[in-house]
Design a protein around this ligand. Structure first.
Ligand SMILES: [Zn+2]
Length: 754
């Protein structure tokens, strides 16, 4: 910064510099956080006003940070202010009071002053803008606020931890799994065993199952201790007694650990289901479910008993549990106790739409239902899609509507699960907007979007803005449904015209900042998800171009340049991550694979020419361990090949499974005698009428799935025959090549209306 002034202005600056030391930052018996607030204020202001003075009505400013007679004179004592409420006020004598309630309020006052008045921006965990001003006059300055949500958490992970500095800059009072140091105000967090999915750690199989199998869920006539496929028997009285003992032990451990590490003690203890469905089917549990119309019934019946005892023993602590999967429906009669936080998880919504969209009404109704039952409602919102990569989706246009809906429905605690410094779409921008909206869900979302675009991307902003608007328009045009596990082929907004126009806009964005390496890196990162989805859907997009009457070789995006740019941008993200080896392996795996995806035509299925059908190619399948590969032998032009003997043994299974009701409505098999010959053949597996949350799987281990949510508008209420195009190869199959490895390749699914 100093070298800016290293020419003929030096002398006059030196003269002006005489006044620099006039402004000062003082504290009176500061806490660790107040002391840090003062240090941060001083060091940033030295950069913001490097040579001039900071004044109040012409008098040198005297920033008084934290508790002081001046603050108390204004009625603001640290203990008297509501937690996290903050105030900044310039007085006529030149004092500038910077103060706030609880352990974080004063920090928030200092950071708000730096951001809103001095113009500092903390864009990401490692990128900030500090303006340079000639002077700063603060007469009449008065600012105050309090974050809207009581708990504000963005779960990031895979980023080196900074002790809570970024979280404090962004006014997040929880920082995922990371502890926030006292100097950053500590955090508002969960105690052991962990912050979610705690049935397993409360009752480890090795400690309890042998003696108390009845404490675990009854599944199909047997008690199951699995933490991936089963839950607990929540109606069991003896289990509840042990649960309370375990809770007391965890509280003790949580408080001892916090003391040793000089951290704030945990305030919330979680008791929530394992990360699966499959609740207990015993008569005692199910009689509560029948009465309450929800699996949340037995959960709250159990937890209320624990909460009642906790309220007597430790009225300062809260319990938390999940409204997730089978427990998401609000119960009819039972109410959560006042010291229970209900954490409603948004697993259902279309993330490319706002909460007015018809497809999102089911979730909005769940939210409204829970809002009536509790004053301690938490939301767990997913910012990314998990079937990597996160394809681009126009989330930023809807965040304002979404956060306002949560705020208006009594939500007090909030967590965004937002991993993926290398893989999330528009990671920097959405994370920044999320933190702003956690503080004020009624803020002008479009203004925030523009502020970030212009501040972070500078000259490239108009082109990125146009690309994102194009994405929004195409998403709306195609009715693309972005579920939290979308496969690449489910990002249907990327037809050829959209992919071509979006790429051209990002070429312009790059050109606009070509002479600034930092800005170019930011623009390239914003482009990475676009590039990856085009590479992964290359065949589909080029086919769409060909279907529009063009030659495949006339497709204007250069495949080699695309792949080169993906590798270069992606690898540049990895040095800032904690798990660099895993990130590199993932990058190389995907890059090597998509390099093979030159154009192989995707032809209409000739056997069904002239018939009505709904087409699912493999790019739109959700895969668990398999990958899509090009294959000119199949009409669809691609395949997924499985070789796991158990998954591909005959008879080969396929079925439609409704996740919400755990029901199978239609199933079929391909038996040895059904196999029609070498190569790909069509097999009619079963007939079905899809319901919402349906998936159709093939293979005995369910590892190839087509989820139907995005097509439900075309499928609902109609009966279909389900056909798969499959090739069997290897010595175990009739007509298989005896020298080949045993394998089953799937290249397409069709639903034919009946
Ligand atoms: Zn039970």
């Amino acid at each position: 910064m100093l070298n800016r002034f290293s020419h003929c202005f030096t002398l006059s600056i030196m003269v002006l510099a005489g006044a620099v030391s006039a402004w000062e930052v003082v504290t009176v018996k500061p806490s660790a956080a107040e002391n840090n607030a003062a240090n941060e204020l001083r060091s940033y202001l030295e950069r913001v006003v490097p040579t001039g003075d900071i004044t109040v009505g012409g008098k040198a400013a005297r920033f008084i940070v934290g508790d002081s007679a001046e603050a108390r004179g204004l009625g603001w004592s640290i203990a008297g202010l509501p937690e996290e409420e903050w105030h900044v006020k310039a007085l006529d004598d030149g004092s500038v009071v910077i103060v706030g309630g609880g352990s974080r309020g004063t920090l928030y006052a200092a950071y708000h002053f730096l951001e809103d008045k001095a113009g500092v921006r903390w864009w990401t965990f490692n990128e900030e803008d500090v303006p340079s001003l000639k002077s700063l006059e603060l007469k009449g300055l008065e600012m105050s606020g309090r974050p809207f949500f009581r708990q504000r958490d963005i779960y990031r992970c895979r980023i080196p931890h900074d002790g809570g500095r970024f979280a404090a800059h962004r006014r997040l009072n929880r920082d995922g799994d990371y502890a926030t140091k006292a100097e950053y105000g500590g955090n508002f967090t969960f105690g052991p065993p962990q912050f979610v999915h705690t049935f397993g750690p409360y009752f480890p199989e090795k400690d309890y199952f042998k003696e108390h199998p009845e404490w675990y869920a009854l599944r199909d006539g047997k008690r199951s201790p699995s933490t991936t496929n089963s839950q607990l028997c929540l109606s069991n009285r003896e289990m509840r007694k042990e649960l309370y003992k375990r809770l007391m032990g965890f509280i003790d451990k949580g408080e001892t650990d916090a003391k040793e590490r000089n951290l704030a003690p945990p305030r919330i203890y979680d008791f929530s289901a394992n990360d699966c469905r499959n609740p207990c089917q015993c008569e005692d549990c199910q009689s509560i479910v029948r009465r309450e119309g929800s699996e949340a019934g037995p959960l709250l019946d159990c937890l209320n008993e624990i909460a009642e005892q906790l309220a007597k023993d430790r009225p300062d602590l809260m319990l938390s549990t999940l409204a997730y999967y089978h427990t998401e429906t609000p119960p009819k009669h039972i109410r959560p106790a006042k010291n229970i936080i209900i954490r409603l998880c948004d697993t259902d919504t279309d993330k490319a739409a706002d909460f007015n969209a018809p497809q999102n009404q089911k979730f909005v109704n769940l939210l409204k239902g829970w809002a009536k039952l509790t004053d301690n409602l938490a939301v767990w919102e997913y910012s990314i899609t998990y079937m990597l990569p996160t394809g681009p989706f126009p989330r930023e246009f809807h965040l304002g509507n979404i956060m306002k809906t949560f705020a208006e429905n009594n939500v007090k605690y909030f967590m965004f699960e937002h991993e993926g410094v290398d893989s999330s779409d528009m990671y920097a921008m959405t994370l920044w907007m999320e933190s702003k909206l956690l503080e004020d869900p009624f803020a002008d979302c479009e203004a925030l979007r523009q502020e970030f675009l212009n501040g972070y991307y500078r000259a490239a902003a108009p082109f990125i803005d146009s690309y994102r608007r194009l994405l929004l328009a195409s998403t709306n045009l195609h009715g693309t449904f972005v579920n939290w596990f979308n496969a690449p082929g489910e990002f249907t907004m990327f037809d050829a015209p959209t992919a071509i126009a979006a790429s051209a806009l990002m070429d312009q964005a790059e050109a606009a900042v070509a002479n600034n390496a930092d800005l170019l890196r930011r623009v390239r990162r914003a482009r990475l998800n676009l590039d990856r989805i085009i590479a992964l859907n290359w065949r589909v997009i080029v086919q769409n171009h060909v279907d529009g009457g063009n030659k495949p070789e006339a497709f204007p995006i250069d495949h080699d340049a695309l792949l080169k740019r993906i590798r270069s941008t992606w690898s540049s993200c990895i040095p800032s991550m904690t798990s660099q080896e895993a990130a590199s392996a993932q990058m190389n795996g995907e890059c090597d694979r998509v390099a093979k995806f030159t154009y192989t035509p995707c032809k209409a299925p000739s056997q069904f020419a002239g018939r009505d059908y709904i087409d699912f190619i493999m790019e739109a399948s959700r895969l668990y361990g398999q990958v899509v590969l090009p294959d000119t032998e199949s009409e669809a032009g691609s395949r997924v090949t499985a070789t796991n003997p158990k998954a591909i043994s005959l008879p080969l299974q396929a079925a439609l499974y409704v996740q919400e009701t755990a029901k199978t409505i239609g199933a079929g098999t391909i038996k040895r005698e059904d196999i029609k010959g070498a190569g790909y053949h069509w097999y009619k597996l079963f007939e079905t009428t899809p319901e919402p949350t349906s998936l159709i799987y093939i293979l005995n281990d369910w590892t190839i799935q087509f989820h139907l949510d995005s097509r439900m508008h075309a499928l609902k209420g109609r009966k279909f025959d389900v056909w798969f195009n499959v090739k069997f190869d290897g010595p175990d199959y009739p007509f298989g090549n005896p020298d080949a490895q045993n394998s089953v390749s799937v290249s397409r699914m069709l639903l034919i209306p009946k």
